[in-house]
Design a protein around this ligand. Structure first.
Ligand SMILES: Cc1cc2nc3c(=O)[nH]c(=O)nc-3n(C[C@H](O)[C@H](O)[C@H](O)COP(=O)(O)OP(=O)(O)OC[C@H]3O[C@@H](n4cnc5c(N)ncnc54)[C@H](O)[C@@H]3O)c2cc1C
Length: 410
């Protein structure tokens, strides 16, 4: 449908956020707190990757060699978490749970020692523990574990509670339960002026923020292709009987015969065990994945066998080629002088009215406060040089024409 024929949404807002996962809601919340009129568009808020996530705020324990740019962002977000969570009260869950890293056997101990060396080289606080010390902190750990260390900086929240808390504060009037089909461009093709919704209406906005995770692949009218891919994960939720509480008090991250597994205790007496990582294209829960998670979790905490398994979930993480988010403004690659020379960065102007915040892969919950801060800084006209490495157009090598044919309006 041509933009001129569309039903125009009655309200023009300051900010339209496409996607109500943790990232979109975090941005919407921060933007609303800055005094802006914000509307979030999502047919099913909180049902994407955020529904599955364990909610570990694992800047240190998830640090991977050669991901220094990402480490800067994850550490910044970990720093921002307490201030971000404070106005939400205790509803988002527990920010103070420490993390224990545990090795299943001698080879796992060596692998964890190598990881610890990298973490220590970056000045990340880790504390080696003897097996005896680890078991005095967590008596339910298996006597046979081969080694352990503690990370005091990594904590957790409950993403489902976080989603519910932000939705409640934004209020029902701020959420449009529809799919966004395309961006709407101003007639001169230089500015995004909102989104077209599934019912054909337009939501006009001063700024549009694309934060719909993997769904951004299908949103028409983006000025650059977003190289997102689904990385599926199976994750389990179990209930700890009263007689076994607390099963563990820290988040236990283990390596068992080279395979990572984690156990995240919730304040309500439940336990999250995760997570597989597969790129087989299937969003069904994998029986093999469930089996391996339970087997490896039991190797570290044998009493896991006595818990009630009440939920198995599979969702896709929004992955990117370098495991880092697509976050920031996007250059108009078709602008005069922006011709691609096969590798040099373009010198085109950023598209006005558009910010992208997707591709948060394994770290979306951890990175929510940083994404929110960065987006609101951009709304305020401030672009922090430290985060340029995450520009959503960093992979674009050829001009992307799809914007021209979608959602133009007079
Ligand atoms: C098993 C598993 C465990 C994880 N554990 C952790 C963890 O411990 N810590 C951590 O930090 N991260 C974790 N993650 C990663 C984290 O879940 C994601 O990075 C994060 O949820 C991404 O949030 P999001 O808001 O970008 O996307 P999503 O949560 O996927 O939300 C996207 C939303 O956009 C909506 N949408 C899609 N298309 C449209 C459209 N066209 N119009 C409107 N709305 C649309 C969807 O309905 C959805 O609600 C885990 C992920 C998985 C799968």
């Amino acid at each position: 449908m041509d933009g001129r024929d569309a039903v125009t949404h009655p309200a023009e807002v300051d900010v339209a956020v496409v996607g109500a996962g943790v990232v979109g809601l975090g941005i919407a919340w921060e933007a609303a707190c800055s005094g802006r009129r914000v509307v979030v568009v999502d047919p099913a808020p909180g049902t994407g990757a955020s529904f599955a996530a364990a909610g570990m705020l694992a800047a240190v324990s998830e640090y991977h060699y050669q991901e220094e740019d990402l480490l800067g962002l994850t550490l910044e977000s970990a720093r921002l978490w307490p201030g971000f969570a404070r106005p939400l009260g205790t509803e988002a869950g527990n920010l103070s749970t420490p993390t224990l890293c545990v090795a299943g056997d001698a080879a796992d101990r060596q692998a964890l020692a190598d990881l610890r060396a990298v973490q220590e080289a970056h000045g990340l606080g880790v504390r080696p523990l003897t097996v005896r010390e680890a078991r005095s902190l967590e008596p339910m750990l298996a006597p046979a574990i081969a080694g352990a260390f503690e990370i005091t900086a990594d904590h957790q929240v409950d993403p489902r509670r976080l989603v519910a808390a932000i939705l409640a504060r934004l209020g029902t009037g701020a959420v449009i339960r529809q799919r966004a089909e395309s961006l709407v461009w101003a007639g001169d093709g230089a500015r995004v002026v909102g989104v077209r919704l599934a019912d054909g209406s337009e939501l006009r906005a001063g700024e549009t923020i694309v934060a719909n995770g993997l769904g951004a692949r299908e949103l028409a009218g983006l000025p650059v292709p977003l190289p997102l891919r689904p990385v599926y994960g199976d994750i389990l939720r179990l209930r700890v009987p009263e007689s076994l509480r607390p099963l563990v008090t820290a988040t236990v991250r283990g390596l068992v015969r080279g395979k990572p597994v984690y156990l995240v205790p919730r304040a309500d007496g439940t336990l999250v065990i995760g997570a597989t990582q597969r790129e087989d294209g299937s969003d069904a829960v994998s029986a093999g994945g469930v089996y391996e998670l339970l087997r490896d979790a039991q190797a570290l905490v044998p009493a896991v066998a006595e818990l009630e398994l009440y939920e198995t979930t599979a969702r896709a993480r929004p992955g990117t080629p370098d495991n880092a988010p697509l976050l920031g403004r996007v250059a108009a690659r078709w602008a005069p002088g922006a011709a691609d020379d096969g590798g040099a960065p373009p010198h085109a102007q950023d598209v006005a009215g558009l910010i992208v915040a997707t591709g948060f892969f394994r770290h979306g919950v951890l990175l929510t406060p940083a994404a929110a801060r960065i987006c609101v800084d951009l709304l305020d006209g401030r672009a922090d040089e430290r985060w340029h490495a995450f520009r959503p157009d960093r992979f674009a090598r050829v001009p992307h024409e799809t914007h021209a044919s979608y959602g133009r309006t007079a």
